[in-house]
Design a protein around this ligand. Structure first.
Ligand code: OAD
Length: 235
């Protein structure tokens, strides 16, 4: 099939070799913390201090990490593919770190939000935010002490689904990288892409839960298999 438009879904496995914990691998974040304690709207209502401290730590930690060879390779594809093939690349990431952007990628959509954005529950404004939130700083727009992490919690609706499905409809190739396929709706993109006629490729350390839905699976660390695939695509 002639490939023009590519949609790439990324997950925690892309950032693992930058030193950011994944969620479901041995020692992953959801082994260290209960989702119900730190990643639901109910948890935030019950114990906002705990939730803020958790995200303050994560926000501080990601700023000490650097993009790796997988982020760099995807950024190269993002920049060079339109010239080579006349099509588009969209990176849909479940990651809340900014390593795709710091790696140089331009077309990145954060469906689960971003650590480096604060969202005001009083006035709905969003602000770039690199410091802590646990001391309840005032919203720069409305001054209410109502900022929360701009991260999609369990039970909340992921961002920009319309744009994602519009891109899937136009995609010739769907590539899933470093994600376990455990969390919907992202886990369902592969089937949607297939139904809409795209070829599907999985790049992961191990087979994901939805592995059977992919036309092809390549296994290995992201810093090795992603640059190799990008080299192949760019010839
Ligand atoms: P998971 O922790 O569920 O899965 C990470 C995947 O990356 C696993 O399949 C690993 O095998 C793979 N992996 C680990 N190291 C890798 C490496 N070096 N190279 C390639 N692959 C590697 O993380 P996600 O699938 O991203 O949502 O999790 C999805 C969502 O669940 C997250 O966005 C988060 C979480 O709960 C929210 O917080 C809303």
């Amino acid at each position: 099939m002639h490939v023009r438009n590519i949609v790439i879904l990324t997950g925690a496995g892309v950032s693992a070799e930058s030193g950011i914990d994944t969620f479901r691998d041995a020692g992953g974040l959801w082994e260290q913390h209960r989702v119900e304690d730190v990643a639901t709207p109910e948890a935030f209502a019950r114990d906002p201090d705990l939730v803020h401290r958790f995200y303050d730590m994560r926000r501080a930690a990601i700023q000490t990490k650097q993009p790796n060879a997988a982020h760099a390779a995807l950024a190269r594809l993002d920049r060079e593919w339109p010239k080579k093939a006349g099509g588009e690349v969209l990176i849909v990431t479940q990651n809340v770190d900014d390593l795709h952007e710091r790696g140089g990628a331009l077309n990145v959509l954060h469906m689960h939000g971003e650590h480096l954005t604060a969202w005001c529950a009083a006035c709905d404004a969003r602000h770039r935010w690199t410091g802590p939130l646990s001391h309840r700083p005032p919203c720069p727009a409305c001054a209410a002490p109502a900022l929360r992490p701009d991260v999609v919690w369990f039970g909340e609706v992921p961002y920009r689904m319309d744009e994602i499905f519009a891109a899937l409809r136009e995609a010739d190739l769907f590539v899933s990288i470093g994600t376990s396929g455990a969390v919907y709706p992202a886990a369902g993109f592969v089937r949607a892409a297939r139904d809409l006629g795209a070829r599907t490729l999985e790049l992961n350390l191990e087979r994901s839960q939805g592995s059977a839905w992919f036309d092809e699976t390549r296994l290995g660390p992201a810093t090795e298999i992603v640059p190799a695939w990008v080299d192949e695509m760019l010839g």
